[in-house]
Design a protein around this ligand. Structure first.
Ligand SMILES: *Cc1c(COP(=O)(O)O)cnc(C)c1O
Length: 359
């Protein structure tokens, strides 16, 4: 069989390259690879197996952690949202998952739990992001209570999350680091602060554990930088093929709504990918697409299964040619800008009908 029309090629050598790149940026830290949301759309189980050198993993939800255990992943696994009731706590215990404890309600659940196996847990301080995490007032009290809680395998680990680490000029990060440092200085136990941007830009944020997500997948976490500048290589290349080519005349309108009107005699190509595959519906006309190695422009609206391209300046294009939407040769960062979004969204949104193929 030929390759399926729309597919995501995964370059696992790029993945291990990125892991090593992260190690050089944080040589004293252990790496907790963030593989929530199906490893940012790449496939959590395959990515976890390929990241055998990662020291631990993090997922958002307990079922994501259970799936990894059932697939035979043996490293430590932190669950960023932890549990909301005793059943979910029991799942953590049964599968050796490490909840992030971010709310006093969870402390109560732990205090009234009777677990077969105590859990290793991370206590989360809200140091300024104001999403999940304990306030400064709650943190010391919860830490003290959990330090004598039989449901916890001591010592507790400590965690916080940076809100603006991708802006290297923003003083909020120093404030967050100061607040977290002040709270945990007298406590024993491992600490973790930095996401991808934090570990690449803020040396003071490294601590015992770093938590890269996006950088592992070979994408720069900074708005004005490229992966290449950060020493990263893209893991996912989203590909399809040309399924039709036809000449259009001046004045012909292309696609739904006829938004794009040919201003010149146009060689129009149709590629088999659309928003049903996760290609962004809002990619503007002019978004770059690679046909073999030529950059051409998207024209007209993105449909569910197809996009239309201007091949006029690429007259050698032929039906069956390989089309690259992002990845090798075409940074996903650039496509995100053309679609008014961020690379995280593009990667996460690749739908199940796009076959992931390991190179
Ligand atoms: C998603 C997430 C990360 C990873 O962030 P990246 O920007 O992808 O590196 C780290 N920590 C927490 C708490 C997260 O939610």
């Amino acid at each position: 069989m030929t390759q399926p029309a729309a597919h995501a090629l995964l370059d696992l050598q790029a993945l291990t390259h990125n892991l090593r790149r992260i190690r050089t940026a944080a040589p004293q830290s252990k790496i907790m690879g963030v593989i929530k949301a199906n490893a940012y759309g790449h496939g959590a189980v395959d990515i976890a197996h390929a990241l055998a050198e990662a020291d631990a993993f993090a997922v958002a939800r307990v079922d994501e952690g259970v799936n990894l255990r059932e697939a035979g992943i043996g490293q430590r696994i932190a669950v960023l949202q932890g549990f909301i009731n005793a059943e979910e706590l029991a799942l953590h215990s049964r599968h050796g998952l490490e909840p992030i404890v971010h709310h006093p309600k969870q402390v109560e659940i732990l205090e009234s739990a009777s677990l077969d196996q105590p859990v290793k847990a991370w206590l989360k301080l809200d140091s300024g992001m104001h999403r999940l995490g304990l306030s400064v007032d709650e943190f010391a009290d919860c830490h003290q209570r959990l330090s004598r809680c039989p449901a916890i395998r001591q010592p507790l680990c400590m965690i916080t999350h940076l809100a603006n680490a991708d802006d290297v000029e923003d003083s909020v990060t120093e404030q967050q680091l100061g607040l977290f440092g002040g709270q945990v200085s007298a406590m024993s136990g491992e600490r973790s602060i930095a996401n991808s941007a934090g570990l690449l830009a803020w040396e003071n944020a490294l601590a015992e554990w770093v938590r890269p997500g996006l950088a592992l997948y070979g994408v720069s976490p900074f708005p004005n930088r490229t992966a290449e500048q950060d020493g990263l290589k893209p893991v996912m290349t989203l590909r399809t093929r040309l399924i039709a080519i036809k000449p259009l005349n001046v004045g012909d309108a292309v696609g739904y709504g006829g938004d794009w009107v040919c201003q010149r005699p146009t060689l129009m190509g149709v590629a088999a990918i659309g928003y049903g595959d996760g290609y962004p519906r809002h990619a503007h006309s002019g978004t770059p697409v690679l046909v073999r190695d030529h950059r051409v422009n998207l024209i007209g609206r993105v449909s569910m299964d197809m996009i239309t391209l201007d091949l006029t300046d690429c007259p050698s294009a032929a039906i069956g040619d390989e089309v690259t939407l992002w990845g090798e040769g075409l940074p996903v960062e650039e496509i995100a800008r053309h679609a008014d979004t961020i690379p995280y969204v593009l990667l996460c949104n690749v739908t199940p009908r796009v076959k992931r193929i390991i190179r």
